[in-house]
Design a binder for this molecule. Structure first.
Ligand code: ATP
Length: 364
C-alpha cells in the first residue's frame, strides 16, 4: 500500500529553476526561475493572464525550445536537450492542426505510421482511440466535414494514440462555443481519468482551471505565484494577484496582531498567518459568498454598512455595500424562493456577518 501511495505522488515532469530569455531588440524574460513538480496521473493546469509565460513553459516541456537556464526532467531523467520527437510527450494545439483531406481514422493513424508501427497494431490503436473519444461512427469522414467539437476529439485521439506519458494541451477549448466547451471540459477530465496520462493544460480562464484540475499553478510575469488544489487557490490565495485573478474579491484594511485581525471597519477574526507576514497593517480577502447581510443596525459580531445597490441575477443577489471606513464591499446571497426573507433595500442600513474562517490574510 505504501508503494502505491508513493507512486501516485511521484513526479512526472520536474521543472527545476527554469528561466527562458528571448533576446531580440529587447530582452524578454518569459520565464523567471520557475520550479514545479507535476505529478504522475494528474490533471495539472497552468493559469495566468496573456503573456505570463504559460505557452513558453509548455513549449519547453515539449522540447520546441531549450531553457536558457535550469533543467526539465521526466522523472529523474534530464530531457532538457532532447528533441521533441524523442520525448514521450505529445501536444494538442489550439488550432488542432488536423489534415483536412484525410479521414478521421487516417488522422489518428498518421503519427503511429510515422513511428513505423506494424499495420495490425495501428489498426487496433485507432479503433481503441475512436472508442475512447466516441467517434467510431464518423471514422471515415474527412475532418473538413465534421464539427469543431468533433475535430477537437480527433485531435485528442491523435495525440493520445502513441500512449504518451504526458499530454500537453494549449488552450484546446478556446475555439469552441460555451455549451460545447462545458461538455468538452467534462470529456477531457474523463479522458485523463481513463488513460491515466499526465495532462498539462494551459488556460487563461479561471473557471475552466478550477473545474477541471487536480492542481493549478497561477502564473504572472514569468513566475509561478502559487501551486495548489483549486479549493486552496480559491479559498487560500497566497497573494493579492492570485485572489484578484480568481473569482470575485473584497479586499479590506485590517490590523494583524498575534493571529487575530481587526478589520478597520469593525470585527475581530482568527486567521492563518502566511509565512513572512508580520503584525501590523495588512490587507485581507473576504469572498462575496462568505459573508451574509441583513437589514438593520449592526449588533455584536457584525459590521455596519449602508446598502448602495442590490443586483438580482437569477441564482444569486449581489448586495453592494459601503462600510463606515468608506471601503466598498460586495456580498453574494444565494436566492431562496420568493416569500423568504427579503434582501436589504438600497439606501438602508445593513449588518454584515462574515463567516468564521472567511478572512484570509494576503501578503501583497
Ligand atoms: P497567451 O495566453 O497570450 O498565449 P502566454 O502566457 O502563453 O500568453 P507566452 O506566449 O509564453 O505567454 O509569452 C511570454 C512572454 O514571452 C511574452 O511577453 C511574449 O511576448 C514573449 N515571447 C514568447 N515567445 C517569444 C519569442 N519567440 N520571441 C520573443 N519573445 C517571445
Amino acid at each position: 500500500a505504501e508503494a502505491a501511495i508513493a507512486d501516485t505522488t511521484a513526479i512526472a515532469v520536474d521543472v527545476d529553476r527554469v528561466s527562458k530569455i528571448f533576446r531580440g531588440e529587447t530582452e524578454v524574460r518569459a520565464l523567471d526561475d520557475v520550479s514545479v513538480g507535476i505529478r504522475k496521473n494528474e490533471f495539472f493546469t497552468l493559469l495566468g493572464p496573456s503573456g505570463c509565460g504559460k505557452t513558453t513553459l509548455l513549449r519547453l516541456i515539449a522540447g520546441f525550445e531549450p531553457p536558457t537556464m535550469g533543467a526539465i526532467r521526466l522523472g529523474t531523467r534530464d530531457i532538457s536537450r532532447l528533441p521533441p520527437n524523442q520525448r514521450p510527450i505529445n501536444t494538442v494545439f489550439q488550432n488542432y492542426a488536423l489534415f483536412p483531406h484525410m479521414s478521421v481514422a487516417q488522422n489518428i493513424a498518421f503519427g503511429l505510421e510515422m513511428l513505423g508501427k506494424p499495420k495490425a497494431e495501428v489498426q487496433r490503436t485507432v479503433d481503441e482511440m475512436l472508442r475512447l473519444v466516441r467517434m467510431e461512427e464518423l471514422k471515415n469522414r474527412r475532418t473538413s466535414e465534421i464539427s469543431g467539437g468533433q475535430q477537437q476529439r480527433v485531435a485528442l485521439a491523435r495525440a493520445l494514440a502513441p500512449h504518451p506519458e504526458v499530454l500537453l494541451l494549449d488552450e484546446p477549448l478556446s475555439a469552441l462555443d460555451l455549451k460545447l466547451r462545458k461538455d468538452m471540459q467534462i470529456e477531457l477530465k474523463r479522458l485523463q481519468h481513463e488513460t491515466g496520462i499526465t495532462f498539462i493544460f494551459v488556460t487563461h480562464d479561471q473557471e475552466e482551471a478550477l473545474t477541471m484540475s487536480d492542481r493549478v499553478a497561477v502564473m504572472s510575469a514569468g513566475k509561478i505565484l502559487q501551486v495548489g488544489r483549486p479549493r486552496d487557490i480559491y479559498e487560500r490565495p497566497a497573494e493579492r494577484f492570485v485572489a484578484n485573478f480568481i473569482g470575485e474579491s473584497n479586499f479590506l484594511d485590517a490590523t494583524l496582531s498575534g493571529g487575530t485581525v481587526e478589520l478597520a471597519a469593525g470585527g475581530r477574526f482568527d486567521v492563518r498567518v502566511p509565512e513572512g507576514v508580520r503584525d501590523g497593517a495588512v490587507s485581507v480577502l473576504v469572498r462575496p459568498e462568505h459573508a451574509s447581510v441583513r437589514s438593520g443596525e449592526a449588533a455584536e459580531g457584525e459590521t455596519g454598512a449602508t446598502v448602495e445597490n442590490v443586483v438580482y441575477s437569477g441564482e444569486a443577489t449581489v448586495v453592494h455595500l459601503r462600510l463606515a471606513t468608506g471601503e466598498a464591499m460586495k456580498i453574494r446571497l444565494a436566492n431562496a424562493p420568493q416569500g423568504g426573507e427579503a434582501p436589504p433595500q438600497t439606501g438602508g442600513a445593513a449588518a454584515i456577518r462574515i463567516a468564521p474562517g472567511a478572512v484570509t490574510v494576503l501578503k501583497d
